[in-house]
Design a protein around this ligand. Structure first.
Ligand code: NDP
Length: 313
């Protein structure tokens, strides 16, 4: 019998109790799931971890075979000096669908000019202003082609958008123009009528969207950021919005969360703030991922979604 510690916020146990218990049982592994304080840390085999949970020092978990993050992003644990165990991140079908729906919705808002439509319910029949272009004539750029970026890129390409993706290593995804590296970034930015950033927070991605890179985008480009707040130099974005270089930004993630009420993003007419709700791990599907990694650990097989700590994601 192995011991699995559920170290998310205590209030989340209610959502996970049944699916996690059933998913682990379905693998054939005999496990007892315990809460923090219920067991000697040295006796724990796997730590189901969240940055919001009570366990942030892993020193006492001397027998743990892995730390299994319930979140896709690992920036709050990857540099933890007490973590000597393998770290796995979350790649969850439910999380992915949530991100696809968020990104598709906000891209379509920009593509169709929905804001203008809502503002024009004034009795004036503006037929001659024209219809929106088709998606095939709209260039959308996805920064990040990982689990989430690739799914979003494919969904947008499925709607007909001309999608360009950019990642650290070159990809080959049918229907997507794939770019990488510094030259690739410049080319991607120059095409970005709508830019979506789904990059992780690492030293290399910090302030990737800055005065220089924002200036490389077409004037009036729209930005959707459900990646991480650190990807954006906030002062540079506000300046770019003020001079019309960036037409509008939809921001889900911020350097400080909750975004303080006095932050200029809240009042800026060209910014939509959403409160880090683009996507979250769904207990049913996330439990299956956790269970599969426990099964793998017990079978001596390689873990899924192992984080490369030197890369930071
Ligand atoms: P992945 O690790 O699967 O993908 C990351 C992508 O970013 C990869 O394509 C990777 O390139 C690329 N990348 C990383 N560093 C660089 C770099 N320096 N230059 C260019 N490309 C780079 O992550 P996910 O897709 O699962 O998640 C992405 C992020 O989404 C998470 O880290 C998290 O921050 C955010 N997120 C936000 C949520 C929300 O609700 N707002 C919810 C969940 C996640 P390569 O493929 O070459 O390695």
């Amino acid at each position: 019998m192995i011991r699995v510690l559920f170290a998310d916020k205590p209030e989340n146990w209610g959502r996970y109790e049944t699916p996690l218990t059933e998913a682990i049982a379905a693998t054939g592994v005999e496990a007892q799931i315990v809460q923090p304080g219920e067991s000697d840390p040295a006796q724990i085999d796997y730590v189901v971890y969240s940055p919001q949970g009570p366990v942030q020092d892993f020193t006492a978990y001397t027998g743990a075979k892995a730390v299994l993050n319930l979140w896709a992003g690992v920036e709050r644990v990857v540099g933890n000096d007490t973590l000597t165990q393998p770290l796995c991140r979350m790649v969850d079908a439910g999380l992915e669908r949530g991100m696809v729906e968020y990104v598709t919705g906000h891209v379509l808002r920009y593509h169709l000019g929905i804001d203008a439509t809502l503002a024009q319910q004034d009795g004036v029949w503006r037929h001659d202003d024209g219809v929106p272009p088709l998606a095939r004539d709209r260039s959308v750029v996805m920064l990040g082609l990982g689990a989430l970026g690739k799914a979003c890129a494919e969904a947008l390409a499925g709607l007909g958008f001309a999608v360009t993706g950019w990642s650290r290593t070159r990809k080959d995804i049918p229907g997507i123009t794939c770019l990488s590296g510094d030259d690739g970034l410049a080319e991607a930015l120059s095409r970005a009528e709508i830019l979506v950033s789904i990059l992780p927070d690492t030293p290399e991605t910090t302030n990737l969207l800055n005065a220089d890179t924002l200036a490389q985008m077409p004037k009036g480009a729209r930005l959707v950021n459900p990646g991480r707040g650190t990807l954006i130099d906030d002062d540079a974005l506000l300046a770019a919005l003020d001079r019309g270089q960036i037409g509008h930004a939809t921001l889900d993630v911020f350097r400080v969360e909750p975004l303080p009420p006095e932050h200029p993003y809240w009042a800026h007419p060209q910014v939509t703030v959403t409160p880090h709700i683009a996507a979250e791990s769904r207990a049913e599907t996330a439990s299956e991922v956790i269970a599969e990694n426990i099964r793998r650990g017990e079978a001596g097989e390689p873990f899924l979604y192992l984080v490369d700590r030197s890369r930071g994601y």
